[in-house]
Design a protein around this ligand. Sequence first.
Ligand SMILES: [Ca+2]
Ligand SMILES: [Ca+2]
Length: 271
Amino acid sequence: MNKKVLTSLAAVGLVTAYATTAMASSGFENTVNSQLGNGASVSCDACHNGATGSSTATFPMANTYRAARTAGDFTLIATSDSDGDGYINKFEVNGAATEFNVATTSPFTKAAAANGDANVKALADTTAVSVTFTDPNGLAGTGKEILGGIKVTLNQADTIYFKAGGVGTTDTVYTVDAAGAGTALASTDWTSGVDGSLKIMALPAGSTFPADIVVVRTLPATAAAPVLTNGTASTTGCITSSLSTPFMMVFALVSLGFFVRRKKVSHDAAS
Ligand SMILES: [Ca+2]
Ligand SMILES: [Ca+2]
């Protein structure tokens, strides 16, 4: 194979390599952001501790991404609890934030303030406290769990955070009596906030106060270790699709121009 052919092949290979690198990076990010929804705009530091590459994909979200790819179900990116703090990733994303990697930060810890207790917080009912519910009548069936309970003092609209995790639209909210029997709230009486908070509009007619509310939820998927316990994900060495892809393409084209010019000079010199 002569030198001209080798030079041409090298140029084409260089362009392909740069383009592939940029496209792969933006492809991962786009998949994560589109699956998370809720205004997600995370970068590659959602998965990578430092520069991109398989060896740095060590954050919890990276494990979830691999699990989703293996399962052929990328919706697991949103419905998994990657850091194991109880809140699924969809509830933990807020723009570029990667709090789904940090077990010590959750919508509950962000909401926690003076009122409430260690397990629950209500924004309006400042005297509400958590209750332990042993579920004597089996409200939580197979694959479900009692997420938490709260004793509220008034029939008022409120936003409630449980330490144990978020409340989704497919979960069930009950008022329970002293014998553990539950009355499910109508779907028009509560909803799930984008961050997994429980938003209550009203309790069933005839409720007496204080009233105990419990939530039954479907167990979220969890990822294997590692789990970060401090700070935030790395933001160094990250290749982002918005800036790097055009840059990489321009660099690749300049490189191609250099090789073509060199090839032409070589050809002119030979003729
Ligand atoms: Ca989580
Ligand atoms: Ca978290």
